[in-house]
Design a protein around this ligand. Structure first.
Ligand code: GDP
Ligand code: MN
Length: 374
């Protein structure tokens, strides 16, 4: 789960990482109520990167200008996300810009610290064009992250004296955030040397903050905001313990097991169809689960056909067939049904005049063909 910049910065501040003084507003008029020293920086709070380039970050020298610019940013759309909130912060006078992040290197099965003196721009661009400007240090999970690591990285980035000490403190805090908050990514870009701030002259400052919490660990952190925006149908599916995801095509898909569902999506796309959504009824799905599943996927707007791909294992084909036969959908449907209790399942469907495929590819082709006709 991604956190908004201001949410990440609250956590940063709690761990002693210097940030700018600021406040969040949702209407331009609220500028008049903020007690900040001008100039200020107005920052769109959206969960996508590159806000600066997209016009979502602007400086303002006095309140009238801030109000006018806030009105421009609030409501604008950045990479498809509408700006609902704005972080107003005391602008920093930025000198050098650095990059610092902790993230999980899955291949190495450990945390990695990534640093660069070429901050402020996309780290992927730096990695592509000037990889020598990036330092990477893996952290041994058995021995942990030590001050000598931070000093080593800091020196490689060119920090000296006071800045080296500040860098070491920030890196140490960021590593603690990463482990204690179960973050997949804790990133500061840019980490800047500022000319003047409340934090003191020429100090290091986290101008931006990015924090992604591992979804599997969210339950361990009570105080976290809930940024996931689920659609009404996703909420309905979740309440039934069904995993459901919305896409933007027109073929509704139900399968059992994540692997089968993924390969079903691939097959549909391969034959030229566009999945509208997909729902995994999981192992051991009952007639009731299947009934719920059908009602959820079919409620999505724009669905023009239904594809059901079930490979019975613990799930029994007759249970699935009973749900299908009891409520034939209002759109063309193609069923592939095979595995445990297949004969019984087929017999039930046959009575309802529903054909069941055995070959998943033939079934996927059939549903795409039906769509072409419709
Ligand atoms: P991002 O574009 O979404 O990564 O947003 P950032 O918070 O990293 O800001 C993008 C850029 O805007 C920074 O690299 C700075 O150049 C500029 N910027 C952000 N905050 C300030 C500020 O307080 N003062 C000044 N002068 N520039 C800022
Ligand atoms: Mn940034």
């Amino acid at each position: 789960m991604k956190l908004q910049e201001y949410q990440a910065k609250e956590i940063f501040a709690a761990y002693g990482i210097p940030i700018q003084k600021g406040t969040v507003i949702d209407r331009p008029e609220k500028i008049d109520e903020v007690a900040l020293t001008y100039p200020v920086v107005l920052k769109a709070q959206v969960l996508v990167g590159g806000r600066g380039k997209a016009g979502g970050i602007k400086l303002a020298a006095q309140p009238a200008e801030a109000r006018q610019k806030a009105a421009q940013i609030l409501g604008m759309s950045i990479k498809g996300e509408v700006v609902r909130r704005l972080l107003v912060a005391e602008a920093a006078e930025i000198g050098a810009e650095y990059y610092l992040a902790f993230t999980v290197d899955r291949a190495a099965r450990r945390l990695v610290v990534i640093g660069s003196a070429a901050g402020g721009i996309d780290i992927e661009d730096v990695a592509r064009t000037t990889p020598e400007k990036i330092v990477k240090v893996h952290i041994d999970p058995f021995t942990g992250f030590y001050p000598y690591h931070t000093r080593e990285i800091g020196r490689t980035l060119g920090f000296k004296g006071k800045h080296l000490l500040q860098f070491a403190a920030i890196a140490h805090s960021l590593s603690r955030i990463c482990t204690e908050m179960d973050a997949e990514l804790a990133e500061i870009n840019p980490l800047a040397i500022v000319k003047t701030t409340a934090a003191g002259d020429g100090s290091l400052l986290a101008v931006d903050a990015k924090l992604i919490i591992d979804d599997n660990a969210i339950y361990r952190h009570d105080g976290l905001p809930r940024n996931e925006e689920l659609t009404e149908l996703e909420v309905a599916a979740r309440s039934q313990d069904l995993s459901y995801v919305e896409l933007d095509g027109d073929v509704a898909i139900i399968g059992n097991g994540a692997g089968l569902v993924m390969s079903t999506l691939d097959m549909i796309s391969h034959f030229g169809g566009r999945p509208a959504n997909f729902l995994d009824v999981g192992g051991g799905a009952t007639t009731e689960n299947m009934t719920q599943a059908m009602s959820i996927v079919l409620r999505k707007k724009g669905v023009r056909s239904l594809f059901i791909n079930i490979f019975g294992g613990i799930t029994r084909c007759d249970d699935i067939a009973r749900a299908i036969a009891a409520q034939p959908p209002p759109v063309p449907m193609v069923v592939r049904l095979t595995g445990t209790n297949e004969e019984e399942g087929r017999a039930i469907l046959k009575q309802a005049a529903i054909h069941a495929h055995i070959d998943p590819e033939a079934a996927a082709q059939e549903v795409v063909r039906l769509m072409g006709k419709a």
